[in-house]
Design a binder for this molecule. Sequence first.
Ligand SMILES: Cc1cc2nc3c(=O)[nH]c(=O)nc-3n(C[C@H](O)[C@H](O)[C@H](O)COP(=O)(O)OP(=O)(O)OC[C@H]3O[C@@H](n4cnc5c(N)ncnc54)[C@H](O)[C@@H]3O)c2cc1C
Length: 503
Amino acid sequence: MPRPLRHGPRHWVNYHGTESAELGDLIELLNSEREGGRNVLHEVATDVLALLQDASRSGARLRPLGAGWSPSPIAIVQGGWLVETRRINRCFGLTAQDVVRGTDPSRLMLVQAGATVDEVNDCAEELGLSLRTGGASNGQTWAGACATGTHGSVLDAGGIQDHIRALQVVTPSGIFWVEPHRPVMSPEFVAATGSTIFRDDDVFAACQVAVGAMGFITAMVIECVPIYMVRNIQKRARIEREDISRLAEGDFRGFSRAFGLNEEPHFLQVILNPFAPFEKDALLRMLYLRDFDPAIPPPPRPLTGAGYDALTLIGKAMAGIDLLRADILQLAMRAGYAVQRDIHDPEAVATWGHTTEPHNPIANLFNGSVTMQRSDLERAFDPLIEAFLSGGGGTVVTLRFMQRAAGLLAPARFDSNVVIDFDGPRSDVSHRSYRAVVAKLDALGIRFTRHWGKTNDLDAVRVARDYGDDYRRFRVAQRRLMPDSADIAVFRSDPLVHLGLID
Ligand SMILES: Cc1cc2nc3c(=O)[nH]c(=O)nc-3n(C[C@H](O)[C@H](O)[C@H](O)COP(=O)(O)OP(=O)(O)OC[C@H]3O[C@@H](n4cnc5c(N)ncnc54)[C@H](O)[C@@H]3O)c2cc1C
């Protein structure tokens, strides 16, 4: 069995060059080559257990790393051991022997923590399945994306973590199979993975959006839906203030009727030019559910997809520009949506997996977001844009919509959510603008949360306030999983202490 590779002390920089650390060791997990998911999970978890116990004995701090995409410092551990998971990336279908009686295995998949969203999409399609939702891009690892509550703009779904039905979690004290009280996997399956069953609703819900504070996640069982396709409409259009009201009311069908097809959209995203939201074109993307048709070939990548994220659009182009920003931004937005697909254009239909995009590193970008109750968009919109511009503004402002997501620390914690992304060059101006937005929402008395993986200016006091009783339950659940404080200490990092997620 291949052992983890230990690369030794080094300077480490995250994927997008926004955070760095002096590491005591960079460790790379290698995958088991054994047949069958149970054996693979057992071997890898045993490796991780040995590493955690080694760290505990030597007083080292250890941090699991996904793809290192988070622009915030949550994957950083100064002086500690960073453990790369990208090579533990296998996915398996499940059978009736793997699950408890009464559970349908046909929509379930076993996914190792380091599989990227792209790899999970591919595997799901091979099994005749699709993810229900996901973020804009697909290079994150499954565990990393869930850890921060990654989401897109599927209107009737929550976050990517909503797919999780069970997790294998390793702490220095053992290998645990975490499920809610209603069991999913058979005792034989769990035993063969070397895990001890741990059934607890709150521990499960804490692990769904764990922010790296609930042990080392090595694998998950996820539930997908039968494979489907989406038709893509993406176009530039001039929206009006009333359209914001319509979105705030949740009249997505009405919005779609005005700008796209006269049917319920599956996904709806609006990218605005904050310097002139109603005088310049917005970029709209609407996706509509279609039956899977195997005769439709996969599109050339990157597709058309669900997956636009505003970061890809403009990058550093706006840095240092003060004059004519509305016009310059509009030019950049036009370039970003060079290919338009309106209702009369030839149909662009693809599977869900082919709507998300890979991503090159983007140095020097700022991104931050706020999530609030959708209906609050009505009164928040104008003051929020004004506040953003008062700091100098960034680049585009993106509106995405989603339902309440699973997980005690899911930022999408309102019944129906709007997520507003503020992107820009990595500069004081972007940061100042984001802070002005946050301050304005507070002044208006509007409740909101922030993305764990993006720049967020959060601290322990604020996290406790934003998540209230769910935060308290998270910390209690953490203690239930790791009653020995020496176990929690292995996962301690300055950013997680700052957030109040580890003492
Ligand atoms: C270009 C780009 C586009 C993005 N688009 C979106 C989007 O559309 N929607 C959205 O919501 N977000 C988006 N994000 C944010 C991104 O999805 C999150 O930051 C995500 O967490 C990154 O996943 P990762 O695998 O890189 O995790 P990392 O950044 O490596 O880690 C994130 C956290 O998870 C922990 N972790 C990772 N693996 C494990 C494990 N196996 N066990 C325990 N803890 C673990 C880490 O310790 C860390 O605390 C985007 C980010 C970028 C850079």
